[in-house]
Design a protein around this ligand. Structure first.
Ligand SMILES: [Zn+2]
Length: 265
């Protein structure tokens, strides 16, 4: 395994190679870049935006930040990643700024952390979202509506013709979708039997914070603040550390899929 060989561009080469060859295993060009993959952690809400509020007054923004910091520590410990965060304290960061931060950091992977508040208190467990124009179900649509408060437009590409920029953007989007789908599967596998999950935990919806076409991204609803068991779990530092370890394992799995630009098998 050689995660140091990974780069976002090479992920795109890999994905496009699969698309072009029908998974015949054609090797993409060898890369010369050797840098750590950049993981961007996005603790949802903050500042004047508390996010969901549990019946006893606990704020979603507090839990997302605490979990984000635990995840950063867990990822640092692997020495395999360069880790960035969209916020490290209780401040408001607009959704479009979070996307812009990921683009500026050339993030290879973006994970937004949130907690649900669902109409039925007996519903509990994590759910994992990827971007889609059409929500996978009514619940996914209403969660996305709750989490969105601003659209996010991508900056136009500089230095290439509009035609070439359009082709590149379309190819990059395909690679990004493949990456996002791969990561959501890795999260589900890593959580299985360890972290409670909603039935059918992998869903899709139109989340503003997932709209960067160049960065594979997931939005993780870590649990439901409206469920007493989930709330107790998310308030417990040991349980948050467990969650951080399982996310780290999923991130390790995600980057292990790619060895020198090819699927590890
Ligand atoms: Zn949220």
């Amino acid at each position: 395994m050689c995660v140091n060989c990974f780069s976002r561009r090479r992920f795109a080469q890999f994905a496009l190679g699969l698309a072009a060859t029908g998974m015949t295993g054609a090797a993409p060009a060898r890369a010369t870049i050797r840098t750590l993959p950049v993981v961007m952690i996005d603790p949802g809400h903050g500042g004047h935006d508390p996010g969901a509020i549990a019946p006893d007054g606990v704020f979603e923004k507090t839990i997302t930040l605490a979990t984000g910091l635990a995840l950063r520590e867990s990822l640092f410990a692997t020495r395999r990643y360069h880790v960035e965060m969209t916020r490290t304290r209780d401040v408001f960061v607009p959704l479009e700024q979070r996307v812009a931060d990921a683009v500026a950091a050339k993030a290879d992977l973006f994970l937004s952390l949130h907690c649900d508040h669902l109409p039925e208190a007996n519903l509990r467990g994590a759910s994992i979202f990827t971007l889609s124009n059409t929500a996978s179900d009514k619940l996914a649509a209403s969660i996305a509506e709750d989490e969105n408060n601003a659209g996010a437009a991508s900056a136009p590409m500089a230095g290439v013709s509009p035609q070439v920029a359009g082709i590149l953007a379309s190819l990059e989007t395909r690679a990004t979708k493949l990456g996002s789908a791969t990561f959501s599967l890795d999260l589900e596998k890593s959580f299985m039997g360890m972290i409670p999950m909603l039935p059918d935990p992998r869903r899709s919806a139109n989340f503003a914070v997932l709209r960067d076409p160049s960065t594979p991204s997931n939005l993780l609803e870590m649990g439901c603040l409206t469920n007493p068991l989930d709330e107790a779990r998310l308030r417990n530092p040991k349980q948050r550390a467990l969650l951080a370890r399982r996310i780290t394992l999923a991130i390790n799995m995600y980057f292990t899929h790619f060895v020198d630009g090819q699927m590890a098998g």
